[in-house]
Write a protein that binds this ligand. Structure first.
Ligand code: GDP
Length: 365
């Protein structure tokens, strides 16, 4: 399963955020297994479409989809040189599919900041520098190998050499690989290098409770957005400490608290959805009967493989999929009405799944 890794300097609120995630996850009705790894937290993906589908095509139960966060503790300055268990942290980051980078954007004199001042940009620079140095080392090693091979007629080596030579100066300038535009041909080569700064990233500004009702009003957030613009990265403000409290509340307390703060939903929901998108994940639905359920697939997945997520027999015996978009169901309200409107589609094995598809698979057993 794809996982988003939470990284950040010490004392910025990573564990607090991770606790909020695991506590919210622990409430899950359909949590399929107990916590296997204390560094992995499972969350449900909040999705209002699921409630609407249940309203239109009632089932016995409703099952949201889930995905994982991984807590990557304690990166420090010098990590790329192996300081403070540095190599291990970098190795852990290498294992995740996307990075959720937490920075401190709350003032609190009682909580020490590792560098002695609140400066989220400096926090980002510190970590990205370590990741970049580690990448530079990897690129140099690879260059030494490929340069030799590229002298001959090895086409692949030549192509890789060109990519490495494009990457190196960017890393040397202190920028991440994700700031580079690659061609369609180059992308698979880049992917094969497994560089840390090429992973998709999302920045989380850990804001004060006072900023909760208006996260974008936080005094640091705009400068963070400007700073990460060339990475094409999203920045969201979340009050980690408050989110941890919210995750512990029962439903009534929760609504009361959120109403008091003047927010529609916990900030954690925004973080979860943004991370899901960052991982390239999308959702299709199955409706009615025993359960109305959301399923996660990787963007670009075709119908038979999507069917296989439900059950391997569905993939093996796949005949076709009956598909309607959530928007069409929402508008016409029943499958019959969607069909009458000519919006119910029969899709074959080459159909690429679209986010929000409501699907019935036909298969041979
Ligand atoms: P980590 O080292 O990045 O995992 O940081 P922690 O989650 O352990 O947080 C460090 C300290 O900051 C703890 O004492 C937290 O209670 C506190 N903290 C975390 N988030 C917030 C916040 O949003 N507001 C305030 N005031 N304190 C926070």
């Amino acid at each position: 399963a794809l996982t988003a890794g939470i990284v950040g300097l010490p004392n910025v609120g990573k564990s607090t955020l991770f606790n909020a995630i695991t506590k919210a996850g622990a409430e899950m009705a359909n949590y399929p297994f107990a916590t296997i790894d204390p560094n992995v937290g499972m969350v449900e993906v909040p999705d209002k479409r699921l409630d609407r589908i249940q309203e239109l095509i009632p089932a016995k139960k409703v099952v949201p989809t889930t995905f994982e966060f991984t807590d990557i503790a304690g990166i420090v300055k010098g990590a790329s040189k192996g300081e403070g268990l540095g190599n291990k942290f970098l190795e852990n980051i290498r294992q995740v599919d996307a990075i959720v980078h937490v920075v401190r954007a709350f003032d609190d004199d009682n909580i020490t900041h590792v560098t002695g001042k609140i400066d989220p940009i400096d926090d980002i620079e510190t970590i990205n520098l370590e990741l970049g140095l580690s990448d530079l080392e990897a690129v140099d090693k690879r260059l030494a190998k490929v340069q030799r091979a590229a002298k001959g007629s090895d086409k692949e080596a030549k192509a890789e050499l060109a990519v490495l030579e494009k990457i190196k100066p960017v890393l040397e300038a202190g920028k991440g690989v994700r700031t580079i535009d690659f061609s369609e041909d180059e992308l698979p080569i880049v992917k094969g290098l497994f560089l840390l700064t090429s992973k998709p990233v999302l920045y989380v500004a850990n804001i004060a409770e006072d900023d909760m009702s208006d996260p974008d009003g936080n005094k640091y957030i705009q400068s963070i957005r400007d700073y990460v613009k060339d990475e094409g990265a999203e920045v969201i403000g979340v009050a980690a400490a408050s989110e941890e409290e919210i995750a512990e509340m029962d439903d009534d307390e929760k609504s009361e608290f959120l109403e008091m703060e003047g927010v529609e939903e916990p900030g954690l929901n925004r973080l979860i959805r943004a991370s899901y998108k960052l991982l390239g994940l999308e959702t299709f639905f199955t409706a009615g009967g025993k359960e109305t359920r959301a399923w996660t697939y990787k963007k670009g997945t075709k119908a038979p493989q999507a069917a296989g997520i439900i059950h391997s027999d569905f993939e093996r015996g796949f005949i076709r999929a009956e598909v309607m978009s959530f928007e069409d169901l929402d508008e016409h309200e029943t499958q019959a009405a969607v069909r009458e409107a000519g919006k119910l589609r029969l899709e074959g094995k080459d159909y690429v799944m679209q986010d929000g598809d409501v699907v019935e698979f036909r298969f041979n057993v």
